[in-house]
Design a protein around this ligand. Structure first.
Ligand code: FMN
Length: 168
């Protein structure tokens, strides 16, 4: 059923959009979706929220884990605090990652979410940025959580996609 809906969407201009989506016309008949980054930021920074980070190591072996600290500080940047875990090791070997944030809705059209494609630009285990991240986590989640943070990561956002998309 979802597949049928998508095939139809390619050619229909005024069909109901998924929340946060903007249709853009690339050719006469090809429609792709782009997301309003301000709306994504609102969703991304809501608390509590369900979010997980997918990473891969240098061999392409993938991983996923739940993370609460990622914050979208502007339309192009995400920062987070991270412990000495597999995700951290992966980011050191391969800076590319995807964070998915999902807000369940009553019907499928009411679900909100975004897939935010990332590339780690800075990974710091000391210094002002690291201390700031730890302080923020201590305030929001307590000292125990902050003590587990080994590094602060700054990512640039390379792409944002809705949770349901026809684009490749
Ligand atoms: C709600 C929630 C939020 C979490 N937030 C973080 C976080 O911001 N940073 C972090 O390093 N771990 C966080 N964790 C813990 C990681 O999910 C956990 O350590 C996980 O095992 C890491 O997986 P990995 O070893 O595959 O990377 C959080 C866990 C939960 C349940």
């Amino acid at each position: 059923m979802i597949g049928v809906l998508f095939l139809t969407r390619k050619n229909v201009k005024d069909e109901k959009q998924w929340p946060g989506e903007v249709f853009t016309q690339e050719t006469q008949t090809e429609w792709r979706t782009a997301m309003d980054r301000k709306e994504v930021m609102e969703l991304f920074n809501k608390r509590p929220r369900i979010g997980s980070l997918s990473t891969a190591n240098r061999k392409g072996e993938v991983n996923v884990a739940v993370f609460g600290s990622p914050q979208m500080i502007d339309e192009n940047t995400v920062i987070m605090g991270i412990g000495q875990n597999r995700s951290f090791s992966n980011l050191q070997e391969n800076p590319k990652a995807v964070f998915i944030v999902v807000e369940p809705g009553e019907t499928i059209m009411d679900w909100k979410g975004a897939r935010v494609y990332l590339e780690a630009m800075d990974i710091e285990t000391g210094g002002g940025f690291y201390e700031q991240i730890k302080e923020n986590i201590a305030k929001s989640s307590g000292k125990g959580a902050a003590d587990m943070i080994h590094a602060a990561v700054r990512f640039k956002i390379t792409e944002v996609r809705p949770i349901v998309d026809t684009g490749r």
